[in-house]
Ligand binder design. Sequence first.
Ligand SMILES: Cc1ncc(COP(=O)(O)O)c(C=O)c1O
Length: 395
Amino acid sequence: MSGSKSVRKDRVARHIAALPPSGIRKFFDLVSTMDDVISLGIGEPDFTTPWTIRESGIYSIERGHTSYTSNLGMLSLRREICQYLARDYRLAYHPENECIVTVGVSEALDIAIRAITSPGDEIIYTSPSFVSYPAEILMAHGVPVPVATKRENNFAPDADAIERAITGKTKAILINFPCNPTGATLSGAALKRLADVVTKHDLLLITDEIYSELTYGEAHVSIATLPGMRERTIFLHGFSKAFAMTGWRIGYACAPADLIDAMKKIHQYAIMSAPTVAQEAALEALRRGGEAKAEMHASYQERRDFFVGGLNEIGLDCVLPHGAFYAFPAIKKSGLSSEEFAEKLLEKEHVAVIPGSAFGPGGEGFVRCSYATSQEELGEALKRISRFVGKIAKK
Ligand SMILES: Cc1ncc(COP(=O)(O)O)c(C=O)c1O
């Protein structure tokens, strides 16, 4: 049968064919072909999930908990999540209808955007940002509108620039603080000013707070706690980063019931329910994972101080990140684009970093280095980067 008929050329939908591949993936493919690479590329904890959490997953399987859960997720887990948010974030959500358990923040983001976006709606997001944001908006037939954050403002969002980007088609603003890739946090006057813009223009806000436990020196404040914000905010969070649970694929969203209901519709058709074993492990993370979480947090802070100090000594200007586990040094002085810098550093010194341009237009001139790797490797990486930068300077 094969070869008898030609197949149509437009098999892939136009908006999917037009999506650019992730700039991060390209780098990992290159790294996987090389030996002796120190990878500062990957955005995940270098810790294994704490034992008590793994054990609860094993126990869940041993007890034969292998069926679907309710679409929204196990009520016991939703209760625990809402208690956690009430205690640690001063956020009050009802577990019955204002919380949905998802397949990571990735799915929470996807269903949040799809639930609120009609074709042509504009969603403003700060750039540089997590690579999925513009792609998710495009896949929902929305229009992504990036607004740059700048080094001179420590990569905090510029509410005036955001306000200037608002049009009659703007539906929502999407933010992520602490931020991947800059490590910037959002607090005080900047937080309040942004909330004022959102309420003044009657917009929705999606806040991805996946790194919110990983702040250094300042307590995280969720924008959803500010006056007038709870009713217009979709709060996204998960277990991947603070509890070192990336592979379990578990996260959640909290929002007013009408929005959760809309998100549940997509989730029930596309996903059904998040993996049961991961839900049970997540329950354990919230109940008894606090100590391990605190230890990992302390270790990131130590490594941040060491690594960011080292980058600045080398002469790569790097703002001290107050959250997440990324450093975002400027490489403009090298005269190379961020992609050239990353490619050459990998080729000459076998150190993998991600070009800032992969995180959107605001990222050019920087590279992202994850410091969630051992002190020993970070030390060796600094030596190699220093040698690389020294050689470029001599040219
Ligand atoms: C800002 C941000 N949001 C969401 C995610 C996805 O997280 P999850 O593993 O919960 O899907 C990541 C992962 O790197 C991230 O950096």
